[in-house]
Design a protein around this ligand. Structure first.
Ligand SMILES: Nc1ncnc2c1ncn2[C@@H]1O[C@H](COP(=O)(O)OP(=O)(O)OP(=O)(O)O)[C@@H](O)[C@H]1O
Ligand SMILES: [Mg+2]
Length: 381
């Protein structure tokens, strides 16, 4: 909020608007006005008011509809709204509150009361303002290298640190996240891809998010065989909606290609590429790094080396960095996760991430350190 709070006054009667304008200007507010619903929504977008005072009965779009619309958009879901209406019946008030109003005041209202209510809401809003999430994207050098495993375990580690975390398996084809967690989910990303991207507001997206028993919030890839398409508009709208009301948004990204994935990756504060310490993986990782570089995203990219089998020839960190074309100083490869095939297999059988079920094994410790690194390094962006 700047030095002066900004109020948007919405009423179809110019005389009422003039009177309200006077009230609020005298009380030190910057005032914006609108005489109908569509214009009010436009002003909300353009002038970013701190609070809205909304008439109900207006021709065309009612104040109730305006309020619902404000609540459904992630950018304005938290915006304080006072409904100021001539309709004072109990039913009218209930409709107003159900549409998401913070307060309901009936006309005529005393100047002092309206201002006191507005100031109370503004005061509270300062403390309830929800910071937008830090976004971490996990990508694989190639398929099957452990992206979903790492994403789930990092998410669980963050939850254990008291963070609110949403984890999304952002792909149109069936994924394995539900199997890693041994869950059967009635809703997933397929439900969102079946909608038009323009319908993907905060509410629609968040109502598809499922809570795991650990507290982790999940949106998993579709499980059915329908042909879904994750358009760039879908990807952007979904990521946008999920960055509200959570500390961390973790994205499990299947591939570094295409516009939808590019848009999702552009919203990430950190990109973590998982690769195995063997030649094919490293060559694939290097090619993907080139793509990220061409998208101007390589600066925020770091690598995690994961060995899934004890027999794999372990390359050293600086060897791996040289192979990736990085300066061999340990800053590009931020974590080396050793193999523990039985532990990870058992974890998915019981649906309990390794960092919870077996926190002391080396692989779990490496992932816990990775999570701590991410929490530290995404803090001051
Ligand atoms: N440190 C580890 N040691 C041994 N096995 C592991 C380790 N980490 C993951 N795995 C196993 O590797 C397999 C593949 O992991 P995961 O599904 O996470 O990969 P992915 O990159 O997400 O694959 P996909 O491309 O199918 O999405 C799983 O069976 C998992 O249990
Ligand atoms: Mg996966």
């Amino acid at each position: 909020m700047g030095s002066k709070p900004r109020v948007l006054l919405v009423d179809d009667q110019p005389s009422v608007l003039d009177m309200l304008r006077l009230f609020f200007e005298r009380a030190g507010f910057d005032v914006e006005t609108a005489v109908d619903g569509p214009n009010a929504l436009k002003k909300v977008d353009e002038t970013h008011p701190d609070i809205v005072v909304l008439d109900v009965m207006m021709p065309g779009m009612s104040g109730i509809d305006v309020c619902r619309q404000i609540r459904s958009q992630p950018q304005t879901a938290q915006l304080p709204v006072i409904i100021l209406s001539a309709k004072g019946e109990l039913d009218d008030k209930v409709v107003g509150f159900e549409a998401g109003a913070d307060d309901y005041v009936t006309k005529p209202v005393a100047r002092q009361e309206l201002l006191a209510r507005a100031n109370a809401l503004l005061h509270r809003a300062q403390y309830t303002k929800v910071p937008t999430a830090r976004v971490v994207a996990f990508v694989g050098a190639k398929g099957g290298v452990g992206v979903t495993t790492v994403a789930i375990n990092v998410a669980a580690a963050m939850v254990a640190e008291g963070k609110s975390v949403t984890l999304v398996e952002l792909q149109a084809h069936p994924g394995t996240m539900v199997h890693h967690l041994n869950m059967a989910l009635a809703q997933d990303l397929g439900d969102l891809m079946a909608l038009d991207a323009s319908e993907l507001n905060w509410r629609e997206v968040n109502r598809r998010v499922v809570q795991h028993s650990s507290g982790l919030r999940l949106l998993t890839a579709p499980q059915d065989a329908a042909e879904y398409n994750l358009s760039p508009d879908h990807a952007k709208a979904i990521v946008d909606a999920l960055t509200i009301r959570t500390d961390f948004l973790l994205l499990d990204i299947p591939t570094v290609a295409g516009k939808a994935m590019r848009l999702a990756l552009e919203q990430a504060d950190q990109i973590i590429m998982i690769t195995e310490p063997e030649m094919v993986s490293l060559k694939a990782a290097r090619a993907k790094l080139e793509t990220l570089r061409s998208w101007s995203l390589s600066d925020r990219t770091r690598f995690v080396m994961l060995s899934r089998s004890p027999s794999a020839t372990m390359m050293r960190r600086n060897e791996v960095e040289t192979e990736l074309g990085l300066t061999p100083d340990g800053s590009g490869v931020i974590s080396m996760i050793p193999p523990a095939p039985e532990a990870f297999q058992q974890a998915s059988q019981i649906g309990i991430p390794v960092i919870i079920g077996k926190p002391h094994i080396l692989s779990a410790r490496a992932i816990l350190e990775l999570a701590a690194w991410l929490m530290k390094h995404t803090q001051d962006i």
